[in-house]
Ligand binder design. Sequence first.
Ligand SMILES: [Zn+2]
Length: 381
Amino acid sequence: MTDRLYLSDPYLKSFRARVIGMRDLDGKPAAVLDRSAFYPEGGGQPGDRGTLGGARVLDTQERQGEVLHIVDQAVSGEVDAEIDWTRRFDHMQQHHGQHLLSAAFDKLEAPTVSFHLGDRTCTIDLDAPLGKLDLRQAEAMANDSIWRDLPVIARDFTGEERSRLPLRKEPVKGDRVVVVEGVDASPCGGTHPKRTGEVGCIAVLRAQRWGEGKARIEFVCGNRVVKLLREANETLLQAADALKAAPADLAQAAARVTSESQARRKSLESLQTDLAKLEAAQLMTKPGPVVAKVERGAAFARAVAQAISSQGRTALIASIEDGRAHLCFARPKGEGPAMGTLLKEALAILGGKGGGGPEFAQGSGDPARLDDALALAAGKI
Ligand SMILES: [Zn+2]
């Protein structure tokens, strides 16, 4: 049985221990120690990493009551061990922050049903509809608990002691309870700081509906708030630079660019239609069906074909765009050859795909035998 040093001293970063066994966990070697400060994954908090002798500890897991240190190579005898403290302290900030945020939501009648500590952000799922939640109030209450820098008690409580605590949830295993007086009492085997102030601060980032009558809250604590704010600020500055605007005017600048681009697109579409009509007029100088290849791609070929068919003539128009041959076949309404059938026959030569009805069809294929395909279709009109 491993003596779990993190329970009595969550600040222990390095220790000496004896390897009492090697196990196999999903094909990876895992060391069992007589004592360990490594926290095994549980209660939403990931397992610790670090070093064990000359080996790297990649993860720490618990199986059948044993603490397994998953290592990149086998270890034996007495070893010096060190946990990745930066990572662990980050987990302590997120995990304890979660206790305080869940306690705040609990007071607002939104109990927590699960917690996930991710690489970048954390989430809690609440058994309450999204519309009922006051995120800013819960955030303010949790930050108030942090800034009052209250003592955090994490120890085993006897059944009798526990019965007198206003527990936020039912104990899952063990007798350990984490108590911040007047704020929260919650059964938990995780690692916690000595005082709430070490969490630093909590920022609720966003909330979304998560199943019927439930909500998922995304948040960060401590140093992650600083990191995320720095990243967000950099993104803001880059965006402002790209839009040639002051960061404070970014929203207005983005809205202006979007509306300008919409106006430009409309004007471009109208110019393209006019240009297609001109091109169509030039192609219609000779009588009979119009068979032609045009520049400017698929959309332009379509506009030209439609302009010709609206003048009562059949059009077989092709254009090459991005290395593909695009075909647009159109004819006036009424009796006439089925454009869809004609197109399929032409595309069979190009090894392409497409389709359409009797009056209009389009598709694309390999341009190598485009002239053959157009000639075949023209011969059938
Ligand atoms: Zn906890």
